[in-house]
Ligand binder design. Structure first.
Ligand SMILES: [Fe+2]
Ligand SMILES: [Fe+2]
Length: 446
């Protein structure tokens, strides 16, 4: 090996692909002026051999924040690295496109979580991908050299869109009960469900550190690969706002890129509205289960303006032709917005906590009614419940079961087939079907 190369040779060989760069001849002739210390740095960089970083990847990548033309891929690593995704429209991975961890001007290098976003995808199309990381080391000073890229196995996903399968699932309130969660994640893979909404309350109670978030959301024990072939659309529950690390959730659970939002929606980076075949699938955030002025919130929560902003966002979604014209509309949110018992806690009082979210119901309910939404899927109560539509409220609500439920944990499966929307409530504890509900297509104009 040449351990004493000039700066020009070094730059050319390392970064510029040799001949093409040499032809431009734009570098000043500084090689002769290189100081001994600088030459030594170049030599150290060149000489450093980086062994393949075994154990760099922890678990499998997770598909997050799906959209018809983009997909997030998040990867846990064990050392300071840069991240990559390669994507192709075939399982042989011919003609791949490569994406680097998000960030400009610096890519999103990190020692624990690498977040990549694949853009420029076609709606309703199947893709294959692999995620990888290159460990970054410092041969001298701050100079940084990447290892070879360590790749995950190849996985696959289908983008949402009008031509995507009209099929998805909803799980909620997993609350870090990993054995119970594993029964759900096994079930949706067994059923071939192409997209799952994780409808809030992921930690047991709160998150104190980013590492806690990584281990709870990204690489939960007993659930390896749960999001590697199944995109996860995430709606925050009240527990996802708790603990000193809650504000860092976005470092592990991606949001949509700023370029994927309008200026009105810039703060609503987790709301989603896209088609899964005949179904328009909408995600909203109900916030905490106590009012903003409750002492538990420490004076720093702003859920009331957050809910109001989402009302305006929701109205704008129904102005989009693909949402307005969908045969079925299903809205996912965490805290129920229907409660049959008049005395139930509405989330607007000092005592106890919300059983239902009255503020959200009053803001969003009329928009759902006016647009003939058929179904709201909620969590929070840890107990399956069906609230049928009424003449005053033409949409139904299904509440999923959760950890420690007095009944059972659920996976709610929605599938449009045979001219109707079939909703199957799986009891994942017993491996049985707890209930089935059917909804006809939307009729008439709003
Ligand atoms: Fe919960
Ligand atoms: Fe909850």
């Amino acid at each position: 090996m040449n351990t004493h190369m000039t700066r020009r040779d070094f730059l050319r060989d390392t970064f510029c692909g040799g001949a093409a760069f040499a032809a431009t001849a734009v570098l000043p002739n500084v090689a002769k002026a290189m100081k001994p210390a600088e030459q030594a740095a170049h030599d150290a960089y060149r000489a450093m051999q980086i062994p393949r970083p075994e154990g760099l990847l922890e678990g499998e990548p997770m598909l997050q924040c799906p959209a018809p033309d983009s997909m997030g891929v998040v990867l846990a690593v064990t050392a300071f690295s840069n991240g990559f995704v390669e994507v192709a429209d075939n399982p042989r991975m011919a003609n791949t496109r490569r994406f680097m961890a998000e960030g400009l001007p610096l890519a999103g290098t990190d020692d624990r979580v690498l977040r990549m976003r694949i853009t420029g995808l076609e709606p309703g199309k199947r893709y294959w991908y692999r995620a990888g990381a290159a460990k970054l080391v410092h041969p001298t000073g701050y100079w940084t050299k990447p290892s070879e890229i360590v790749w995950s196995p190849i996985h696959s996903f289908t983008t949402p869109g009008e031509s995507a399968p009209a099929h998805f699932g909803m799980m909620s309130d997993t609350h870090a009960d990993y054995a119970q969660m594993a029964r759900i994640t096994r079930k949706y893979r067994e059923l071939g469900i192409p997209l799952v909404v994780w409808n809030g309350d992921v930690p047991s109670s709160l998150v104190q550190t980013r590492e806690h978030i990584v281990r709870t959301y990204l690489v939960p024990p007993e659930n390896e690969g749960f999001g590697a072939d199944t995109p996860i659309a995430f709606c925050r529950g009240n527990h996802d706002f708790r603990g000193e690390a809650a504000g860092r959730l976005g470092e592990v659970m991606m949001t949509r890129l700023p370029s994927e939002r309008t200026i009105e929606d810039v703060a609503l980076d987790r709301n989603f509205a896209f088609r899964m075949g005949e179904v328009a699938l909408i995600g909203l955030g109900t916030g905490e289960d106590k009012p903003d002025w409750h002492p538990a919130n420490g004076g720093f929560t702003r859920f009331t303006p957050y809910r109001k902003a989402q009302k305006a966002w929701l109205e704008r979604q129904f102005a989009r032709p693909e949402i307005a014209g969908a045969p079925y509309v299903v809205v996912c949110l965490h805290i129920p917005i229907v409660e049959p018992w008049p005395g139930a806690n509405p989330g607007t009082v000092l005592e106890d906590y919300a059983v239902w979210q009255k503020e959200c119901a009053e803001l969003w309910g009329p928009v759902l009614s006016a647009n003939r939404v058929q179904l709201v899927l909620a969590g929070h109560l840890h107990r399956y419940r069906f609230d049928a539509a009424t003449p005053e409220r033409p949409w139904a609500q299904i509440v999923g079961g959760g950890r420690g439920a007095s009944t059972f944990q659920t996976l709610v499966e929605c599938k449009a087939e045979d001219g109707r929307l079939r909703v199957t409530v799986h009891n994942t504890d017993a491996g049985t079907i707890a209930a089935e509900h059917f909804f006809p297509p939307r009729q008439g104009k709003a």
